[in-house]
Design a protein around this ligand. Sequence first.
Ligand SMILES: [Zn+2]
Length: 117
Amino acid sequence: MSEEPLVSPCPVCGAVQDLGSPRYRGRVCGDCESRAVEPGTGRRVAGFNTGFGGGFVAHYVDDVGRSTGEICAEVTDGHRVLIDGRPFRIDEARFGGVVVMPDASTAGEDPDGAAGA
Ligand SMILES: [Zn+2]
C-alpha cells in the first residue's frame, strides 16, 4: 500500500488533482478553495503565510480572491471555513502556501451527497 499514486479527487467537486505529497491526500482543489467562507458571516476568506518561514493568517478577500488586507481573526485562530456549506480545515502547508483539508471532526463521515440544495 505504499505505492499509491499521488492523485486524489477534490472532496468538494471531485476534480482529480496531483497532490505532490501524500500528506495532503483529500485536499481541496484550488477552485473550491477560492470559495471558502468564514462560518457565521459567509464572507470570503483565504489563507496566507505570515512570513518566509510559514505561519498562517486568514484575510478577507474580494470577489476575485485578492486580500482586502483585513485579517479574519476567527479563521486565523480556528482554521475552520465553509465551502459550499461544508466544514473544512485551512492551514499552512508544510512547504509554504496554504492547504484546505476536510475537517477532522467530520472526516470519515459521509457528507450525504447533495444535501443543502
Ligand atoms: Zn474542487
